[in-house]
Design a protein around this ligand. Structure first.
Ligand SMILES: [Zn+2]
Length: 492
């Protein structure tokens, strides 16, 4: 018995030893894919002009609104005149159409018409400054001031920086005599921020392209940025997030009817009580969470870049998947990447404290994962609700986008350029939580990438749509250089 015990212990120790050394070997071999840093020739960027033009662009309050009557269209006319004045080469060499109320469609004819064109997207409009927060701004939100190493103003990060950056890139390429083989569209919508998909300039421009038989090779729009990630000695990278898909959206109004009456003689459950059960059921039965292939690719790419001791863990990601998923589900900003989310937002019952409700209503906001549909969400509500006599009404909805591939010419170009510019840059495909104009172009393009090539940290990103929106001047020249290199890579 004693002997047998020793043998068992020895066998266990040997097994653990073997497992540890296997893990050490595995970790040592868990390396980033060998990628040669392509050397790109220096790109000329006129940073002074870019700064001046961005600053002046921010002074024009191109604020959109769901109600076109409330939009000051003169500001968009001013913005168009401003672009005409500042970018003479573009306006001499590209054709321009105004689509819908104020969207801009520029077309740069390529030498080889047999190639599908690419499109560079951005939106001209900005959100207003929230009333009451004006005095929280350290600089005038529509002053375009440069101070403390930043250019300040509404639109500095969302997304006039990107729009003016594209104009700078194309203007400079034209000055240098560049002739694209592949045609280039520049498509600037005028009402992205209103999220009115049917009437958006982007939708109208896509319809126009479709009518004309145009199929696009690739699109770049706003979305991800370059995020510096520093975790002690474990990880030191710049995460270049390229959005390859975006979540869908659905607001459902769920109602229960009842007789109502005086609250002195209530039934056991009023309509509002029944709605409370619906809320409980929806919150207790969340959608199924999953580590999507996109997430796994993201973790894998990061996992290969951590320091050696940390790799002992990250190299085992496939084994750790259930644990990782369980942790992510507990953290809302991470959980939203794993499943369709359920957010109960509004509820109403009777109009007075002593009146039983004749109808009680709850509004629930869902953000839908690619692969699921608005119809799936409605079915989910019916399936999980223990109250069966409910009315379900879709108030507003947008299906999730398709998922763009990560092996296209455009994605490889983005990777090559990012890595070539800085070997700390790690291109990572990810799921965009908000909406962009880009998904309106699915009818004419499969390779849609949501990426703004500007290095901006998380706290600055939080200023978009908020107070003190501003862009660091230090990241601006690289943004234009990226756009120039991308156009060259796709069109040479
Ligand atoms: Zn935007």
């Amino acid at each position: 018995m004693k002997q047998a015990g020793k043998i068992a212990l020895g066998a266990a120790a040997a097994a653990v030893g073997a497992a540890v050394s296997a893990t050490v070997v595995k970790a040592a071999m868990y390396q980033p894919e060998t990628r040669e840093a392509k050397a790109f020739p220096e790109e000329k960027v006129d940073l002074d002009r870019y700064k001046q033009n961005l600053s002046d662009a921010l002074k024009i309050p191109t604020i959109s609104d769901r109600d076109p009557e409330k939009v000051d269209w003169r500001q968009f006319e001013r913005f168009h005149a401003f672009l005409r004045e500042r970018y003479p080469q573009i306006h001499q060499n590209l054709s321009l159409e105004i689509v819908g109320k104020a969207s801009l469609m520029y077309f740069w004819q390529g030498a080889d018409p047999s190639l599908d064109p690419i499109a560079m997207l951005a939106h001209q409009d900005v959100v207003p400054v929230t009333p009451g927060t004006e005095s929280d701004w350290e600089h005038d939100p529509f002053g375009g001031e440069e101070a403390d190493g930043f250019i300040w103003g509404r639109g500095a990060l969302d997304i006039k920086n990107h729009l003016i950056g594209v104009m700078e890139a194309v203007e400079t390429l034209l000055e240098e005599g560049f002739v694209p083989q592949r045609s280039v569209y520049i498509l600037f919508g005028h009402n992205e921020e209103t999220m009115e998909r049917e009437t958006s300039g982007a939708t109208l421009m896509c319809q126009l392209l479709k009518e004309r038989g145009v199929h696009l090779e690739a699109i770049i729009d706003e979305g991800g940025a370059i995020l510096p990630v520093r975790v002690g000695k474990i990880l030191n990278i710049n995460l270049a997030g390229v959005g390859i898909a975006e979540k869908g959206y659905a607001d459902f109004e769920i109602s229960v009817d009842a007789v109502g009456g005086h609250s002195s003689q209530p039934p056991k459950h009023t309509a509002l009580g029944k709605i409370a059960c619906v809320i409980r059921d929806l919150e207790n039965h969340q959608f199924k969470a999953e580590l999507t292939p996109m997430m796994q690719e993201l973790f894998d790419r990061i996992g290969r870049r951590v320091c050696f001791p940390a790799k002992l863990i990250t190299c085992n990601l496939p084994l750790l998947k259930p644990l990782v998923l369980e942790i992510m589900k507990q953290i809302p900003p991470a959980a939203c990447m794993t499943r369709t989310t359920t957010g109960v937002t509004m509820a109403s019952g009777s109009p007075a404290p002593n009146v039983l409700p004749q109808r009680a209503t709850v509004n629930v906001n869902f953000r839908i994962m690619p692969g699921e549909t608005i119809a799936d969400v409605e079915q989910h509500i019916r399936d999980v609700s223990s109250v069966k006599d409910i009315d379900i009404k879709l108030i507003k909805g947008k299906e999730p986008s398709a998922i763009s591939p990560t092996d296209s010419k455009a994605f490889h170009a983005i990777e090559d350029i990012c890595f070539g510019m800085d070997q700390k840059n790690l291109v990572a495909p990810y799921l965009v939580m908000g909406g962009t104009d880009a998904c309106n172009y699915e009818a004419v393009c499969e390779n849609i990438y949501r990426y703004s090539p500007f290095m901006v940290n998380t706290s600055l990103l939080l200023t978009t749509h908020g107070t003190n929106e501003r862009i660091p001047v230090s990241c601006m020249a690289d943004g234009v250089a990226f756009f120039k290199r991308y156009i060259r890579a796709m069109c040479e």
